[in-house]
Design a protein around this ligand. Structure first.
Ligand code: AMP
Ligand code: MG
Length: 407
């Protein structure tokens, strides 16, 4: 059985990223950059005031000259017409360019203007004035040609301002995969039904759909597949029209676990089956290449927490690779274990956990009461999954531990 790390490497090797496309800036959120983005301007583009006030020469104030002739008014979007000479000031607005000769701005609240027949004069209520006060020099935020985003960065709404500032009206991005979801099992009924004898509600279908949608992906719902080769074949054929097909159930060793066989018949090439991980061991992954169309197929184990862990570890990674990113796990955090926790077996375990705060306001990670792969109750209060390595069964309180938050 392969390790999680080997499975991730196999996913990386088996998947070709989807094509890169240039998208209008507002359509680029959620996509990964397919190229570095460089600034086509300096920021700020000119020396500018960060206050409404008066542009002055700090040397005047140092020499005791604090009543100055106002020679012009510079507004944002305008441009200074004159250079400041000793004894002169310019009224200036926030964002407006600093006139030549000026090296500081005095905020309007510290000034008093007097209008005379000889023009306006401003008195500065300051004892001293440092050069560079309240102004920003050209390019101090970033310089023209500087790389402001690197290839592979996932664009967030908060990035759009910077993209706009550097003129990235069209953004080079990867693509998002389409996803089809097919839970399988004779025992499954819809969540709007009352399960009869032997039946359970289909948890995985809605859960996988929601998780894929939360990544901004378009999802096709294929309904529920029965443990019947004919029907599975037809539903899987439809699923192969998407970029990713997520099956759940039917991938273990039971006589009704028909999924791997049907996938093989349809020419979906197995990359791995079974990973040393708890929960989620029976996971199946393969790739179909039909008529130039690549589909990544995951057979997730039927138990809902196994499906969830499989999605978090492997499906998300495959999706990231399809979108043009690296095939690695989502970012983990490190926290301190809140209490002792025993684990069993020879597989690394991903355990539902919650952030808790003790009386010293230190946030710690508490493993929740959890009965295993069929127990979804703990997930309701979990913030994510705590990682317990395989080689340690007695995890003591206070131990630093890795945590994978739910997105
Ligand atoms: P399987 O992988 O098909 O052997 O299923 C393993 C366990 O997960 C069985 O107890 C199934 O009843 C359960 N199961 C399978 N599919 C689902 C599903 N979509 N929702 C909830 N439980 C499921
Ligand atoms: Mg089954």
């Amino acid at each position: 059985m392969i390790s999680v790390e080997s499975a991730l490497e196999l996913i990386d090797g088996a998947i070709e990223p989807l094509p890169s496309i240039t998208r209008p800036i507002l359509d680029s959120v959620g996509y990964l950059l397919s190229e570095d983005i460089r600034a086509d301007v300096n920021s700020p583009p000119h020396d500018k005031s960060v206050m409404d006030g008066f542009a002055v020469r700090s040397a005047d104030v140092a020499a005791g000259t604090k009543r100055l002739e106002v020679i012009e008014t510079i507004i944002a979007g305008g441009w200074p017409e004159r250079e400041l000479r000793p004894g002169q000031a310019a009224r200036i607005m926030t964002g407006a360019p600093i006139p030549a000769g000026s090296d500081a701005v005095v905020m309007v609240e510290l000034t008093q203007v007097e209008s005379t027949d000889a023009g306006d004069f401003v008195s500065l209520n300051v004892d001293s004035l440092e050069p560079e006060k309240h102004l920003l020099r050209t390019g101090v935020n970033f310089a023209k040609n500087q790389t402001v985003f690197s290839k592979g960065h996932q664009i967030r709404p908060s990035d759009i301002g910077l993209l706009a500032e550097v003129g990235a009206a069209k953004v080079p991005t990867g693509s998002k995969p389409t996803v089809a979801v097919l839970p399988t099992g004779n025992e499954l009924v819809d969540c709007n039904q009352v399960p009869q004898r032997g039946q359970i509600r289909n948890s995985n279908g809605p859960m996988l759909i929601a998780m894929a949608r939360s990544l901004g992906l378009e999802v096709t719902e294929l309904g529920v597949g029965r443990d019947d080769s004919e029907q599975l074949r037809s539903l899987i054929e439809t699923g192969l029209e998407s970029d990713v097909l997520l099956l759940s159930g039917g991938v273990s060793a039971g006589t009704m676990d028909l999924v791997p066989g049907v996938l093989a018949e349809l020419g979906v090439e197995q990359v791995f089956h079974k990973v040393k991980v708890k929960p989620g061991k029976p996971i199946w992954f393969g790739v179909a290449n039909r008529g130039g169309k690549q589909t990544c197929v995951f057979g997730l184990p039927g138990n809902p927490v196994s499906s969830l862990v499989g999605f978090q570890l492997f499906v998300r990674t495959a999706i990231k690779k399809l979108m043009g990113g690296p095939a690695n796990l989502s970012k983990s955090l490190v926290g301190e274990l809140a209490n002792d926790q025993q684990t069993r077996g020879d597989r690394p375990t991903y355990w539902p956990g919650q952030w808790v705060e003790d009386d010293t306001s230190v946030r710690k990670l508490k493993p929740l009461l959890w009965r295993g792969s069929s127990d979804l109750l703990a997930l309701g209060s979990a913030d994510g999954l705590i990682f317990f390595p395989a080689d340690c069964h007695n995890n003591e309180a206070g131990k630093p531990i890795r945590f994978y938050p739910f997105a």
